[in-house]
Design a protein around this ligand. Structure first.
Ligand SMILES: Cc1cc2nc3c(=O)[nH]c(=O)nc-3n(C[C@H](O)[C@H](O)[C@H](O)COP(=O)(O)OP(=O)(O)OC[C@H]3O[C@@H](n4cnc5c(N)ncnc54)[C@H](O)[C@@H]3O)c2cc1C
Ligand code: FES
Length: 252
C-alpha cells in the first residue's frame, strides 16, 4: 500500500499521565501492526519544521490513535492541541510485525509500549501476553487497557508497580520457570531491547524489535534515520522499524 499524505482533524485528545496523551485522528488506509506515521502541523508554523514519527497505537473504524510522550517542542505543541485542530499525516509507513500462531510475549518499556497494543490486538497468536515496565506507578499508563487485550505482567524500576525489576528480567524468570514463548516482540529504550535479545538468545527463542531513530522524511529520502548496528547499516524508516533482534549481533 502506497503511503499518502492527508490532512486530518483531531477528533479527541486525552491526557493519560502528566507527560503523555492519546490523540485520535480519522485516518485511512488501515495500517499494519508495527507501522508508523509522520505527523506535522498544518498551521504554517516553521518550528518544528520536520514531521515527527509515531507508532500506530490503535486503529479502529477508520480512527487512528497515537500514544504520545511529551519530550520536546513538537510533542509539547501536540499535547496542547484542541479538538478540531488539523494535522498533516503521512503513512502508513515502514514494515510490520510478523504474525504468528504460537505463543507470543510482547515486552515493552515506557513509551515503547505504543506499538504493542495494536500488535497484540491484531495478532492471531494462540497465546499472547504482555510484560510492561515503567519507571514508577505514577509514570505508568493504560495498564487496564492492555490487560483487556491479553494477560499483563507489570514491573517497575522502583517497585511501586508490580515487582521491582526490568521487563527483560521478568521475561527471563518466566522462561526459566517454564513459560517459554515461541516469539518475543520488544519495544522500548534500546538497552531494554538489547537485554531482551540477550535473554531470547540464551533461551533459544526468536525475538523481534522495533527500533527508533531521529527521522526527517520517513520515506528513505533524507538518510537521517541511518543506524549502524553490528548486524549492518540500516535506514530505520525504509527497512524497519521492525527488525530481527539478531541485528544487535555481529554478522557471522
Ligand atoms: C518509528 C518511530 C516510532 C515512534 N513512535 C512513537 C510513539 O508511538 N510515541 C511517542 O511518544 N514517540 C514515538 N517516537 C519518538 C518520537 O518521534 C519523538 O519523541 C518525537 O519526534 C520528539 O519530537 P519533539 O519535537 O517533541 O522532540 P525534539 O525537540 O525533536 O527532541 C526532544 C528530545 O527527544 C529526543 N528524541 C527525539 N526523537 C527521538 C527519537 N526518535 N528517538 C530517541 N530520542 C528522540 C531528542 O534527542 C531530544 O533529546 C517514535 C519514533 C520513531 C522513529
Ligand atoms: S527518515 Fe529520511 S531516510 Fe529515514
Amino acid at each position: 500500500m502506497q503511503p499518502r499524505t492527508q490532512l486530518s482533524v483531531v477528533a479527541d485528545l486525552m491526557p493519560i499521565a502528566s507527560n503523555a496523551f492519546l490523540v485520535a485522528l480519522p485516518f485511512e488506509p488501515e495500517p499494519e501492526p508495527g507501522q508508523f506515521v509522520m505527523l506535522s502541523f498544518d498551521d504554517g508554523r516553521l518550528d518544528p519544521f520536520l514531521p515527527r514519527p509515531f507508532s500506530v497505537f490503535d486503529w479502529e473504524e477508520k480512527m487512528l490513535t497515537l500514544l504520545v510522550k511529551v519530550v520536546g517542542r513538537g510533542t509539547a505543541i501536540m499535547g496542547n492541541l484542541k479538538q478540531g485542530a488539523t494535522l498533516r499525516i503521512t503513512g502508513p509507513l515502514g514494515n510490520s510485525f510478523p504474525d504468528y500462531e504460537g505463543r507470543v510475549v510482547f515486552v515493552g518499556g515506557g513509551i515503547g509500549i505504543a506499538p504493542l497494543y495494536y500488535a497484540a490486538k491484531r495478532s492471531q497468536a494462540g497465546c499472547k501476553s504482555f510484560i510492561l515496565g515503567f519507571c514508577t506507578a505514577e509514570q505508568s499508563y493504560l495498564t487496564e487497557e492492555f490487560s483487556q487485550i491479553a494477560p499483563t505482567v507489570l514491573v517497575s524500576d522502583d517497585g511501586s508497580l508490580g515487582e521491582k525489576m526490568f521487563p527483560h528480567e521478568k521475561l527471563d524468570t518466566l522462561i526459566a520457570a517454564g513459560d517459554r514463548p515461541d516469539l518475543i516482540i520488544s519495544c522500548g529504550p534500546e538497552p531494554l531491547m538489547r537485554a531482551t535479545h540477550e535473554v531470547a538468545k540464551r533461551h533459544g527463542v526468536r525475538d523481534i524489535v522495533s527500533l527508533e531513530a531521529r527521522m526527517g522524511c520517513g520515506i528513505g529520502a533524507c538518510l537521517g534515520c541511518r543506524l549502524d548496528l553490528p548486524g549492518g547499516s540500516v535506514l530505520v524508516c525504509k527497512e524497519g522499524p521492525v527488525f530481527e533482534g539478531s541485528f544487535f549481533e555481529e554478522k557471522k
